[in-house]
Design a protein around this ligand. Structure first.
Ligand code: AMP
Length: 396
């Protein structure tokens, strides 16, 4: 794997694909700088080597049209503040203006190009557009994991114009290493904790990881399709009736692969989908009509704890309850605590893909797990076993 550490950027221009698709408020102020901070080490490495950095990114979905409200110039000051260098700006990402700005760039300087998606060619993966972009740098660095699953001009196609001079930035390299640990190189026992609302959205992940993990913990809304399929009473809990056969076949496959599956044994049931609802602890397969399981129960959490604390490699994707409501967040918080404890004992833990990332941030576990992935869709596709085009393009 070629990373940015394999290059010396002295007097070189690094064309870096970053993901600065950051949230902004109505005054175009950046409300979360996580993605800018995540790209900082890569940019600093280039500058410290004595090179210059040309940053390219998309923002929002302008659908190939110039749209002032999605201009990257709005975030220029914030990027400058985070990086610690006054960043220059080119009002177009290709053409004369960009080329001139690049020609004027001196070692130690940073230039940000205007939103790539103001050109429809970006998302189409247009080769000529990619070639125009490629003229702007000596080395292509991809540090945008969030778009690595897209075969866009700046994320994938551009790489072919840098047959020798292309590499992963620090952020993307860490994402790849973390996923590799969970999927292949991690120390055993490997445990995946999968939660979330539906079996249907996690099925490809489950199928892909069954030959990679020792333990599979299933939680959240998915639980009830499994329990009903096994003949349990789930009351009014969320369930995908048409996925019951699938649930049974997953359990069967897990058995053939020797994977231990841990489903909840008890749940916090509520008489309404509401933070103020009445609640009671029920066996997972004896939930009365009019009640629905919304969080993991105490025995379940004891079981989960034991498995998690005995694991050396942990993947967490999806909450084990409706964590957005305080009354049903305890299970998800507890799982975060168990993972934190196991990590402190030496396990490697990766949290990735959507809502579990939000939960980890909300409950302050970010620093207590080994790695929190920044790429939602890209992470899910990696866990599904797909080859991400942006990653393949650098490896080729
Ligand atoms: P997903 O996007 O599939 O990862 O699902 C995340 C969502 O699942 C969160 O918004 C949770 O509130 C929801 N969820 C977790 N457990 C349950 C449950 N028992 N009943 C309904 N929704 C749930």
């Amino acid at each position: 794997m070629k990373t940015i550490d394999d290059f010396n950027f002295e007097n070189k221009k690094a064309l870096i694909r970053v993901d600065f698709n950051v949230p902004v408020n109505e005054n175009f102020e950046v409300t979360d700088t996580t993605r800018i901070e995540a790209a900082k080490p890569t940019i600093i490495k280039v500058l410290e080597d004595g090179g210059s950095a040309i940053l390219m990114s998309h923002m929002g979905r302008p659908k190939g049209q110039v749209n002032e409200s999605m201009s990257l110039k709005h975030i220029l000051d914030k990027v400058s503040e985070v990086i610690g260098v006054q960043v220059k700006f080119a009002a177009n990402c290709v053409g004369e203006e960009a080329e001139q700005a690049v020609a004027d760039l001196k070692p130690g300087e940073v230039l940000m190009l205007e939103n790539l998606r103001f050109h429809a060619e970006e998302e189409k993966g247009d080769e000529q557009f990619a070639e125009q972009l490629s003229k702007l740098g000596d080395v292509y660095v991809n540090d945008a994991f969030g778009t690595a699953h897209r075969a866009h001009a700046s994320t994938t196609i551009v790489a072919k114009f840098f047959p020798e001079n292309k590499c992963f930035g620090y952020l993307l390299a860490r994402e790849i290493e973390s996923i590799d640990k969970v999927m292949s190189s991690g120390e055993k026992p490997v445990t995946a904790i999968l939660g979330g609302s539906k079996v249907s959205s996690k099925i490809t992940i489950i199928e892909n990881i069954l030959d990679k993990v020792d333990n599979l913990i299933i939680g959240g809304g998915m639980t009830y399709t499994f329990i009903k399929a096994q003949g349990g009473k789930i009351g009014d809990s969320i369930c995908e009736d048409d996925k019951q056969d699938l649930a049974l076949s997953i359990l069967e496959k897990a058995k053939t692969h020797g994977v231990n599956v841990y489903l909840p044994v008890d749940v916090i049931a509520a008489d309404d989908f509401n933070n103020k609802a009445n609640t009671k602890i029920c066996a997972v397969d004896e939930i009365p009509d009019g009640w629905q399981g919304l969080d993991a129960g105490p025995k379940t959490l004891d079981n989960f704890r034991e498995v998690i604390l005995n694991s050396k490699t942990i993947l967490w994707n999806g909450p084990v309850g409706v964590f957005e409501m305080e009354s049903f967040a305890k299970g998800t918080i507890a799982v975060g605590e168990f993972i934190a404890e196991s990590t402190a004992n030496g396990a490697f833990s990766l949290v990735g893909g959507g809502d579990s990332v939000a939960a980890v941030k909300q409950f302050g576990f970010e620093e207590k797990v080994s790695y929190v992935s920044t790429g939602g869709g890209a992470m899910l596709e990696s866990l599904e076993g797909k080859t991400l085009p942006g990653i393949a393009a650098i490896r080729q």
